[in-house]
Design a protein around this ligand. Structure first.
Ligand code: SAH
Ligand code: SF4
Length: 341
């Protein structure tokens, strides 16, 4: 039998494994503590776990780690990590520093199926989903090997998190669990290009995870072009899913809106955007387009972006305009492309 990475198991799943091995389920919490708080690298070091149970683990599981290939630091302190997975594929993870927060930006897939024409992550198509252990592995590398204490966790790296719902939701459960990483769902944000069934599933997970929707256009004609998944889940359907997500437990919704020169940065666009945001009571996060070398999109001038932002505020919508960090090392939003196998 091929051994599996134990970090693919949620607490509930681990309890079942332990019960099957004839041990008490409370041992699962102890194992979680070793894995995610003590950052154990071996079952051997789990000193309060019975030897017999450790033997069972060793026969079926291992504690995996992803391998760092390259670590770059930007002028603005943003750090980018290129990891090699066990099958030779590559992913990138970003660490973003601000005065009061340290945010890890997690990848969820190698490549992406959704082909937004402005994004580097989808340029080479889709390769595969990450396992929960590989998503969790990105956090564990920074925590265990580099001793970073993150305050915020965002699923905004390579890939579409809600297209890998099973493994992303497992990671969220492990991250949120008080016996596991004990991060708390309110510090976790999932970004999506608008996969409505995924939003519904995330709602049913029942946690206070923040949802960030990559809107980028406020009418279907333009959104069909910029975010092609809109052809399947048009704006009205998406808005409805957002309203339901928010109303079920007071969760926060943010609309991400990249500003692209001459595409979506007119005052008419701002007015349409304000109308939608008000409906969902969403905050808007304006992001200047980050240049991707092979693509032809342009970032608007600072003046133009300020005018857009002022218009939203004049319409009574809460908006922020932040430059995404790490451009000099290709670590900004949408610039993550990994590396070819
Ligand atoms: N697939 C998910 C999450 C990963 S992308 C999603 O699309 O939401 C994270 C964010 O970066 C998304 O808002 C995405 O639209 C944005 N993005 C992609 N390419 C970009 C670029 N070149 N400049 C600025 N933001 C970009
Ligand atoms: Fe995929 Fe998100 Fe990039 Fe679109 S923006 S191609 S959904 S990673």
């Amino acid at each position: 039998m091929q051994k599996k990475d134990i970090k693919n198991l949620t607490l509930e799943e681990l309890e079942k494994v332990i019960e099957k091995a004839g041990e008490k389920p409370y041992r699962a919490k102890q194992v979680f503590y070793w894995l995610y708080q003590k950052c154990a690298r071996t079952f051997e070091e789990m000193s309060n776990i019975p030897k017999a149970l450790k033997n069972v683990f060793s026969e079926e599981y291992y504690i995996g780690a992803i391998e760092l290939c390259e670590h770059q630091k930007s002028k603005d302190k943003t750090e980018k990590f290129l990891f090699k997975l066990s099958d030779g594929n590559f992913i990138e993870t970003v660490l973003i520093w601000a005065t009061d927060r340290k945010t890890i930006c997690l990848s969820t897939q190698v490549g992406c199926k959704f082909g937004c024409p402005f994004c580097a992550s989808g340029l080479k198509g889709f390769v595969r989903n990450l396992a929960a252990s590989e998503i969790i592995g990105q956090i564990m590398y920074l925590k265990r090997d580099l001793k970073h204490l993150m305050t915020n966790y965002v699923f905004m790296g390579m890939g579409e998190p809600l297209d890998n719902y099973e493994n992303v939701s497992k990671s969220i459960l492990i991250m949120d669990d008080t016996a596991g990483m004990n991060i708390g769902a309110r510090r976790i944000t999932v970004s999506t290009s608008g996969l409505v069934p995924g939003i519904e599933k995330l709602k049913n997970l029942g946690l206070q995870v923040n949802l960030s929707v990559s809107l980028h256009a406020s009418n279907d004609k333009l959104r069909d072009e910029l975010v092609p998944v809109n052809r399947r889940y048009p704006i009205e359907t998406l808005i409805k899913a957002c309203e339901e997500y928010r109303s079920d437990g007071g969760r926060m919704i943010t609309f991400e809106y990249i500003l692209i020169s001459g595409k979506n940065d007119s005052l008419k666009d701002a007015d349409e955007l304000a109308r939608i945001a008000k409906k969902v009571k969403a905050k808007i996060n304006l992001i200047p387009y980050s240049p991707v070398s092979s693509l032809d999109f342009k970032t608007p001038t600072r003046d133009k972006m300020n005018i857009f932002m002022d218009r939203l505020e004049a319409r009574g919508v809460q908006a922020t305009l932040r430059d995404s960090k790490g451009k000099d090392i290709q670590a900004a939003c949408g610039q993550l492309a990994g590396r070819q196998k």
